[in-house]
Design a protein around this ligand. Sequence first.
Ligand code: IPE
Ligand code: IPE
Ligand code: MG
Length: 259
Amino acid sequence: MAIESSSTQAIPEVGDTPRHVAIIMDGNGRWAKRRFLPRIAGHKQGLEAVRNVVRACIDCGVQCLTLFAFSSENWRRPKDEVKFLMQLFMYALEEEVSRLHQNGIRLRIIGDRSPFDPKLVRLMVEAEEKTKLNQILTVNIAANYGGRWDILQALNRLSHEQPDKAGRYEESDLAPYLSLHDTPEPDLFIRTGGEKRVSNFLLWQLAYTELYFTDTLWPDFDSPALNAAFESYRQRERRFGRTSEQLQLETPRRDVAGA
Ligand code: IPE
Ligand code: IPE
Ligand code: MG
């Protein structure tokens, strides 16, 4: 992450539309339960919501969307559910990547890939390779991702490559090793499904992100629901440590996402 895009090192540009949106897609199981369906039916419907939200982000001029698909703690779920989620992930990569590519979407997968089936890893690499030059929207899928894992893997690589500086590392030393090092920090975090927690998502990157929680279950989250989150975002005063009075002396906010 460049110094100028670190919210603690410099004051980021703020527009009416978030440049980077990060979402915890929660509530699939409850969506299914309410319909007397198995939990996996909720996950299937969740994929449909992903399609809708990706489309809506393009329409709004969002530059980057990061979706939490599987946490490092989700391995604790029943074996059959984990297996289904892996199959769904594989299916999505096989079936969706061409369409994403045609729409100018760059796909990236963040997280620890080491426990995944080699076939799934191959599909991830191929999808990233195929879409790497696309510029309309970057979609990051967090799979076997944990915020603590991210910070630790960065620290381990940094200390390996720069052992002489141990004990004197600064934010700018660590930042380039983090998963989303080349992406502006999320402006807006959304969690669907009613829980008000971060569940080990982007711990480092959420330092100054605006948080939005909604009871809407992920499979029901659509374009109007996304717009409601954006409307809430527009009402926020992003001070980054400064006072309200200081902000009012500055130039009015403009739409950097569309710039
Ligand atoms: C989110 O929905 C999807 C994943 C974690 C993979 P859940 O499966 O957590 O749904 P709830 O929270 O049980 O309703
Ligand atoms: C967070 O949801 C992870 C994903 C959406 C992938 P969980 O349903 O796993 O979170 P907790 O367990 O309720 O905190
Ligand atoms: Mg959940």
